[in-house]
Design a protein around this ligand. Structure first.
Ligand SMILES: CC(C)=CCC/C(C)=C/CC/C(C)=C/CC/C(C)=C/[C@@H]1[C@@H](COP(=O)(O)OP(=O)(O)O)[C@]1(C)CC/C=C(\C)CC/C=C(\C)CCC=C(C)C
Length: 437
């Protein structure tokens, strides 16, 4: 059983004697031997925090009538454009249901105000964590290089892109990647059937420990160091675990609002974790909110694409990650999905789902240019590659039941220079409605 899994399934304390790697599926287990890096190897970390995050809200409904893409509602919280969700989700008692987008937006606002408070506090001691003390440096270097190896193993193109980043940023992104991969592996990996909600609670407790400077193993130690060096907040990490809990208890999504929340939890969070490390260009005139909004949108776009690509595969596990109300409106039901027949009704339904995913990609594209120059290429590359999966679903005549849409090696290769060319475009100095002086 994998290290992370064994820990969350059986552990009641941090004392685990195992020296196994964390992912069974990784070919070279030595790569993931975390035993040398148990928490006892480190003193506590006094994390320095210098958060400056603000977010901008954007709503993307398939019903374009209510779409508010490109609005900058976050500058004024009272302008929050809830109309579509109020219409979509009136509660039985006539009260207004709080939409998922509003919930996500609230997380974002809370973080933004936290950042502001931190920035205005000049008395805070900025201590380098003990984890980076001379005795630990070798282990830390090894921890990061293992994270890099895992990343190279699982996400080659992305890994190559990170090589363009500064060494500090690159290592930090690797550490975040590995934590996300391990978290996902808990519910999606070969041992997923052993995972219970309380196992996820233990994984979350372990997350809290590492944010306090008490990493459990060497891979956690890399992330522990990262969060002490970059203004990365714990909330998106906790929210990703929440997404995994949701996956355990839920296999249907009533409407897009529910699906949006799921997508935020499992993928939008990745955008929020990554931007503080990737950095915003010093030349950018965009609001921090708008950049975070784009990052959120990229995560959602990726997850929606992933869902549309994997309809057949998910159905074979009894899962339908599609809004039930929209299926019904299209004259479809779960039975049609399990039957796996491509009909005109299905094609039309898929067209609207693909359109929505593309809107999220469009929203994301607005923000990539605002990132630090060295971070743009990997983001463009991953965006272009993932976006093309939607084209492939179309090319398969919407048969995502028995055909897996994939981007050919040739197309992937062709996208890389395109991504590079786009990453050379500097942030616009001209003010647009989504930017402020
Ligand atoms: C440059 C870049 C892509 C950075 C992100 C690095 C990072 C920390 C990635 C973690 C990915 C991960 C392991 C997430 C766990 C949950 C999960 C599996 C989500 C799905 C990803 C695809 O997974 P998978 O490898 O299983 O896919 P395949 O089946 O092999 O196709 C998701 C669909 C979503 C992942 C979400 C992102 C990559 C969001 C990226 C957003 C940013 C980096 C923000 C960019 C900033 C702006 C301003 C646009």
């Amino acid at each position: 059983m994998s290290m992370a899994l064994q820990w969350v399934v059986t552990s009641t304390s941090l004392e685990v004697s195992s020296s196994m790697g964390f992912l069974d599926s990784v070919r070279d287990m030595r790569l993931l031997d975390s035993s040398k890096f148990m928490s006892r190897d480190f003193g506590s970390i006094r994390a320095k925090r210098d958060k400056r995050r603000k977010f901008r809200y954007c709503s993307l409904n398939t019903d374009m009538k209510y779409a508010s893409v490109g609005q900058s509602g976050l500058e004024n919280a009272s302008n929050f454009p809830l109309l579509s969700n109020v219409l979509a989700n009136p509660t039985a008692g006539g009260e207004v249901a709080v939409s998922s987008e509003k919930k996500v937006y609230d997380v974002v606002l809370k973080q933004a105000s936290l950042v502001k408070r931190k920035l205005s506090s000049t008395t805070e001691l900025e201590m380098k964590p003990d984890i980076a003390m001379p005795g630990n440096l070798g282990l830390l270097t090894e921890a990061y290089s293992r994270c890099g190896e895992v990343c190279a193993e699982y996400a080659k193109t992305f890994y190559l892109g990170t090589l363009l980043m500064t060494p500090e940023r690159r290592k930090a992104i690797w550490a975040i990647y590995v934590w996300c991969r391990r978290t996902d592996e808990l519910v999606d990996g070969p041992n997923a059937s052993h995972i219970t909600p309380s196992a996820l609670d233990r994984w979350e407790a372990r997350l809290e420990e590492l944010f306090q400077g008490r990493p459990f193993d060497m891979l956690d130690a890399a992330l522990s160091d990262t969060v002490s060096n970059f203004p990365v907040d714990i909330q998106p990490f906790k929210d990703m675990i929440e997404g995994m809990r949701m996956d355990l208890r839920k296999s249907r999504y009533k409407n897009f609002d529910e699906l949006y929340l799921y997508c935020y939890y499992v993928a939008g969070t990745v955008g929020l974790m990554s931007v503080p490390v990737m950095g915003i260009s010093p030349d950018s005139q965009a609001t921090t909110e708008s950049v975070y909004n784009a990052a959120l949108a990229l995560g959602i776009a990726n997850q929606l694409t992933n869902i549309l690509r994997d309809v057949g595969e998910d159905a074979s596990r009894g899962r339908v990650y599609l809004p039930q109300d929209e299926l019904a409106q299209a004259g479809l039901s779960d039975e049609d999905i399990f039957a796996g027949k491509v009909t005109d009704k299905w094609r039309n339904f898929m067209k609207s789902q693909i359109k929505r995913a593309r809107m999220f990609f469009d929203e994301a594209e607005k923000g990539v240019t605002e990132l630090n120059e060295a971070s743009r290429w990997p983001v463009w590359a991953s965006l272009l590659l993932y976006r093309q999966i939607l084209d492939e679903i179309e090319a398969n005549d919407y048969n995502n039941f028995t055909k897996r849409a994939y981007v050919s090696k040739a197309k992937k290769l062709f996208s890389l220079p395109t991504a590079y060319a786009r990453s050379m475009v500097p942030p616009s100095r001209k003010l647009s409605p989504v930017m402020k002086a």
